[in-house]
Design a protein around this ligand. Structure first.
Ligand code: SIN
Length: 293
């Protein structure tokens, strides 16, 4: 991998190495000048290494149909079937792996999930025992303003955590709630409850070692209905509030402003993400795949 400026006309001449341009933030890099429809194994190896190193990768100016998005995602591992939408629908006919994130209503029916509101900090599907290791989000239509997605490094969160919070966090398990999605909608088939101890979800270690990099990171999931196993709810909330405040400090985040044709791939094990609200009158259509560990 090299990190350098790329002349605009170099696309047809260059195959490898890839240009990996880290963001100025604590995570994220742009892989420039690559067409994800035609990468070879050597390029994929570089992409994979860059992804492990920077946790979030941006590829601009892609022209992917769903089959291309699926083919690229499958290089990382097998794909999950898309979860069921808030209104009980599955998504793209013929491509059960594709989950649609959108505010668009067609013929009175939402074509995707999460609407136009804020999506709070979360890890995708960590309410399951075996959440996806990666998510790939491809922008088909974006609003003129708003709808940015931010990413937060959970490696950095652990590294920057004050000593007393590290001591408190080690050895604990946290309940990752399965009641609400990141837009605040109740998941299909779930009876809502705000008691974190009885809400559906899964307990995961609060501090983990990444299975591929070995680096230690926090694993928080989402704040709503989170609960630290064995603690009284008040005590758990007080400790979680302190950990969350430290773990989502601006210095640990990178914000991405979308253009149509952007694909962003993140390591769902050591990264949380959130999305800004946007004007509900404008259209935002994103297709997502999720890759198993
Ligand atoms: C998500 O929260 O999974 C979707 C993020 C986005 O729409 O940018």
């Amino acid at each position: 991998m090299t990190v350098r400026d790329v002349p605009a006309d170099s696309k047809s001449r260059r195959r490898s190495p890839l240009e990996v341009v880290p963001t100025p933030a604590a995570l994220g890099a742009e892989i420039q000048d690559v067409d994800l429809r035609s990468i070879d194994d050597a390029m994929f190896g570089e992409i994979y290494r860059a992804w492990l190193e920077r946790s979030v990768l941006l590829f601009r100016d892609q022209q992917l149909i769903d089959a291309d998005l699926i083919a690229f995602s499958r290089r990382f591992g097998s794909l999950d079937q898309a979860p069921i939408q808030e209104n009980g629908r599955r998504f793209v006919d013929g491509h059960p792996e594709i989950y649609v994130v959108s505010n668009v209503i067609e013929n009175g029916v939402a074509i995707g999930s999460l609407g136009a509101g804020e999506a709070v900090w979360h890890t995708d599907m960590s309410y399951l025992p075996d959440p996806p290791k990666a998510s790939a989000l491809y922008a088909l239509e974006v609003p003129p303003t708003g709808g940015d997605t931010s990413f937060c490094t959970m490696y950095g969160a652990w590294d920057a955590l004050p000593e007393d919070l590290r001591d408190a966090a080690l050895g604990l398990r946290v309940k990752h709630d399965g009641t609400y999605n990141s837009g605040g909608y109740v998941r299909a088939g779930v009876t809502p409850t705000d008691d974190p101890r009885t809400a559906p979800g899964t307990l995961h270690p609060l501090v983990c070692a990444h299975p591929e990099t070995g680096r230690r990171h926090l694993y928080l999931g989402r704040r709503r209905n989170a609960w630290l196993e064995g603690l009284a709810v008040d005590e758990s909330n007080a400790l979680l509030d302190r950990i969350w405040a430290a773990a989502t400090a601006d210095a640990l985040t990178w914000r991405h402003q979308w253009r149509a044709g952007d694909l962003v791939l993140w390591d769902n094990r050591c990264v949380m993400h959130r999305r800004d609200a946007f004007d509900p009158g404008s259209r935002r259509v994103m297709h997502r795949t999720q890759i198993k560990g």
